[in-house]
Ligand binder design. Structure first.
Ligand code: CO
Ligand code: CO
Ligand code: CO
Length: 346
């Protein structure tokens, strides 16, 4: 059977994690809703962390998260891989190990069965690579395709990493290059060089497993994965949650090839503007050029882990990361909060 030519991203209004509801909007939508407490709920939705964590016993806690979005790539197999890697990442960001996954899928009536099959195959391949299982799921008919996973994982309660534990003096390590939002936006307009898109795809399909496995061996005080709110949005959540401020050395942040040129041309996803208006008032942009700032606000899909590492362990962990995650960067430091802005670019 010949597969009907489908350009998946043409069916999607916004790409990947760029489709996320803005952080400010989300807080408003949740306002006034009664939050029920439970002493075993170690991390709940009021903490704006990557996943919820529920303690089962002194040495076992459940980590749960869900993520799904419209196509960010035209190839269904690739889209499946990216969506799965992105969903699994929230468990890694908590220092956990993903174990059980459920597919969440929306498919248009006329999407060719072959394409749906390849999408799912992409999801299964990533989940198996992570050492986890897909045990079921739920699919509905919808005009726009969407795919993702609900993921359950495990972590030792005393080893759990939140985004709110960063301490003054910590070193900030980050594990993937930035620019997937800009590049996928440019790709929809056929404006991105194909080698750059291929690299963006490779970045988005890469699991954060190796980074997590290295990280848990050292004194990491806080961690989050950088996704829809961009490096500065997620950095701000970490700074606020930890009661600290961050200094980011913008020259040390890696961008995907081609991303800088596109940002200079103003080829930017809508989510960049949302992220900027959410975080901007807490960011001192210092000498950073506008295009560089824009990229730091660029919504990432399946982005890297941002870690605040004890200064005594930073060098060793950085060295180990460079072996298993060559895109790892050392991008700044955590400082004592002096009031006012939370992030300083230099
Ligand atoms: Co996350
Ligand atoms: Co998420
Ligand atoms: Co976390």
């Amino acid at each position: 059977m010949a597969e009907k030519e489908v350009k998946l991203t043409k069916l999607a209004k916004c790409a990947g994690c760029g489709a996320k509801v803005g952080a400010g909007t989300l807080a408003q939508l949740l306002e006034g809703i009664q939050v029920r407490r439970d002493p075993n709920l170690l991390v709940g939705f009021d903490r704006s962390d990557d996943a919820s964590v529920y303690k089962i016993s002194d040495d076992l806690a459940l980590v749960q998260t869900v993520d799904f979005f419209p196509p960010i790539a035209d190839d269904p197999y690739l889209f499946g891989q990216i969506a799965a890697a992105n969903a699994l990442s929230d468990v890694y960001a908590m220092g956990g190990e993903p174990k059980l996954c459920l597919n969440i899928m929306a498919v248009p009536k006329d999407m060719p069965p072959e394409a749906v099959h390849n999408l799912l195959r992409g999801g299964y391949d990533k989940v198996y690579e992570a050492g986890a299982l897909i045990t079921g799921g739920h699919s509905i008919l919808d005009e726009e395709p969407k795919y993702g996973l609900a993921v359950t994982g495990f972590v030792r309660p005393d080893k759990m990493l939140t985004n709110s534990g960063a301490k003054p003096g910590d070193v900030l390590l980050f594990t993937k290059p930035i620019g997937t939002g800009v590049l996928t936006t440019a790709a929809k307009a056929d404006m991105a060089p194909s080698e750059s898109i291929a690299l963006a795809h490779r970045t988005m399909t890469a699991l954060n497993k190796a980074a997590r496995d290295a990280m848990v061996k050292y004194r990491v005080h806080a961690c989050t994965d950088v996704t829809g709110f961009g490096l500065l949005g997620h950095g701000l959540e970490m700074a606020q949650g930890s009661g600290v401020e961050l200094e980011i050395d913008t020259g040390a942040v890696d961008f995907l090839p081609g991303a800088a040129e596109l940002a200079k041309m103003g080829i930017l996803p809508e989510g960049m503007y949302r992220n900027r208006s959410f975080a901007e008032s807490s960011v001192d942009s210092g000498p950073a050029e506008l295009w560089r700032q824009d990229l730091l606000y660029d919504p990432q899909t399946s982005g890297g882990l941002l870690m605040a590492v004890d200064p005594a362990d930073a060098e060793t962990l950085y060295g180990e990361l460079q072996d298993c995650v060559p895109s790892a960067q050392r991008i700044g430091t955590v400082r004592e909060y002096r009031g006012g802005k939370r992030i300083f670019l230099k």
